[in-house]
Ligand binder design. Structure first.
Ligand code: G3H
Length: 255
């Protein structure tokens, strides 16, 4: 049985001050995180230490938005898995479409980062998703399948259950346009079938597949009700304590 994972990707929002306020707001609205739901927040790197201090023993996981695949060295502007663990991260988002589009992330670097994260006990939240043009050309399934296969190349069955996949159609990110529940389920089901080609049935079944792309309190219930939608990777709505906790509560109700 997969547990819902409700994850906030704060992107380039919230320095340490705002991070502290937002997390305090979430704590006030939801002093007790529902037992059936896992909750993750991914602030910008500069705010991770503050987030870790504010979260303290609050039952919310901390994650980063990117990581390098080397341990250390001359990689200006980058951070390593060790550094992220040192400040309390247990998850890391890898291969978000914004990193692929603006920062030259490729299937190859995504794969190297997934492998490195797993090796160092960080759970990768691997992002995949098609552009509008790809969907219009009806190559979206093929593209996403290729992204999943490439990202998981050489990832062994014994640690693949630590991988979380986030299906994020690029045309739905920050646009207010959401995939319909049927479109999301169709893609999630396809991704799970790719996983069962790569791994045995139990392993494929254990992997959580999140939906991302304008998930909000008003559409979360119908999306999260789909059998292969195991949570959300939430951008805009994770930046407000009330909308984020509303989605957490919807996941609890459905659990
Ligand atoms: O990582 C999160 C996604 O890019 C979704 O962002 P959004 O909820 O603002 O559309």
């Amino acid at each position: 049985m997969r547990r819902y994972l409700i994850a906030g990707n704060w992107k380039m929002n919230c320095g340490p001050g705002r991070t502290s306020e937002l997390l305090q707001g979430i704590k006030e609205l939801s002093p007790q995180i529902p037992e059936a739901v896992d909750v993750l927040v991914c602030p910008p790197e500069i705010s991770l230490t503050t987030a870790s201090e504010v979260l303290n023993d609050y039952d919310v996981y901390l994650g980063a938005q990117n990581v390098h695949y080397e341990d250390e060295g001359a990689f200006t502007g980058e951070v390593s898995t060790g550094m992220l663990k040192e400040v309390g991260c247990s998850y890391v988002i890898i291969g978000h479409s914004e990193r692929r589009e603006y920062f030259g992330e490729t299937d190859k670097t995504v794969n190297a980062k997934v492998i490195k994260a797993l090796l160092d006990d960080l759970k990768p939240v691997l992002c995949v998703g098609e552009s509008l043009a790809q969907r219009k050309k009806e190559v979206h399934k093929k593209m996403v399948k290729k992204q999943v296969q490439a990202a998981l190349n050489s990832v062994k069955e014994n640690n693949v259950s630590d991988v979380v996949i986030a299906y994020e159609p690029i045309w739905a990110i920050g646009t207010g346009e959401t995939a319909t529940p049927e479109q999301a389920q169709e893609m999630h089901e396809m991704i799970r079938s790719v996983l069962s080609e790569l791994y045995d049935e139990d392993a494929a079944d254990a992997i959580r597949i999140l939906y991302g792309g304008s998930m909000k309190p008003h559409n979360a219930e119908e999306l999260l009700s789909q059998p292969d939608v195991d949570g959300g990777l939430i951008g805009g709505a994770s930046l407000k304590a009330d909308s984020f906790t509303d989605i957490i509560n919807i996941a609890e109700k459905l659990s």
